[in-house]
Design a protein around this ligand. Structure first.
Ligand code: ADP
Ligand code: MG
Length: 247
């Protein structure tokens, strides 16, 4: 059983953001997606979730259904001005069970409160989400994932701009998910976190530079190669910008 990518290419306005990605994610394991800015990491996650359609190639989810997935987008993509309480937001993690218009049962409410306790926010249930710090908000989103009880958990830069305490606490949750046999795929930008908590890594620079055991993937030679590929596409972009400026 695995999640299989076969020659996957995903583009925006016909410009490929990732191309010819082939390989498989190990089930029941934590995989980091690591690579330079603009490497296509978020694009790849969105293709896994089904939010973006491949131009070519396929994503095979094996035994997983889309409803077995929990997806946490990058914080910059989340609208926090919506006037809902912490409890209401966390409870949306039960939609797979209740449907979006189902009433929150007493049991559901208890589960939501329990999830908030597990991320250290027991006293925050009735606060508006707009009143939370970014670290507290991220804890709320992790509580929602706890409630979703998903077997496949996709996280896009979950610890970027988080304080050390929040990062440490949430990394413990990732460890717990691994020990429960869940599959975690997370975009990370901190190499130390990858080495410490993610046994598998995909090193991405629009193409796969290397994919497998973290200790082998994050070799000096592979990291250098990823940086060189990124430098090449930045140079290309500058040439195009100059050309377009003259055109
Ligand atoms: P990463 O997450 O690794 O930083 P992204 O997947 O966000 O990279 O972006 C990969 C490439 O696709 C970048 O060149 C980016 O500018 C481009 N891109 C991302 N989102 C869009 C979009 N909505 N429309 C057009 N281009 C996009
Ligand atoms: Mg990104």
């Amino acid at each position: 059983m695995s999640i299989l990518l076969d020659n996957l290419t995903v583009s925006y306005q016909r410009r490929p953001a990732v191309h010819h990605i082939s390989g498989q994610f190990v089930i029941g394991e934590a995989t980091a997606i690591f690579g330079p800015n603009g490497a296509g990491k978020s694009t790849l996650l969105k293709a896994l979730v089904g939010a973006l359609k491949p131009d070519a190639g396929t994503v095979r989810l094996g035994a997983f259904r889309r409803c077995d997935m929990a997806y946490l987008p990058q914080q910059s993509e989340i609208d926090r001005s919506v006037p809902v309480s912490v409890l209401e937001l966390v409870s949306t993690g039960l939609w797979h069970a209740t449907g979006p218009f189902g009433r929150l049962s007493r049991h559901g409410r208890d589960q939501a409160v329990l999830a908030l306790e597990q991320v250290g926010l027991a006293d925050f249930a009735l606060r508006p989400i707009a009143a939370l710090s970014s670290g507290q908000f991220q804890r709320v989103l992790f509580a929602r994932i706890l409630l979703q009880d998903a077997q496949l958990i996709l996280l896009d830069e979950p610890f970027t701009a988080m304080d050390a305490k929040t990062t440490g606490d949430l990394l413990m949750l990732v460890n717990r998910w691994r020990s429960e046999g869940r599959t975690v795929i997370a975009v990370l930008h901190d190499e130390e976190q990858v080495r410490a908590y993610f046994p598998q890594t995909m090193l991405l620079a629009r193409e796969v530079v290397s994919w497998g055991q973290t200790s082998e993937v994050l070799s000096a030679a592979n990291l250098k190669k990823a940086v060189e590929i990124a430098a090449h596409w930045h140079a290309q972009a500058e040439i195009c910008a100059v050309d377009e400026g003259h055109g």
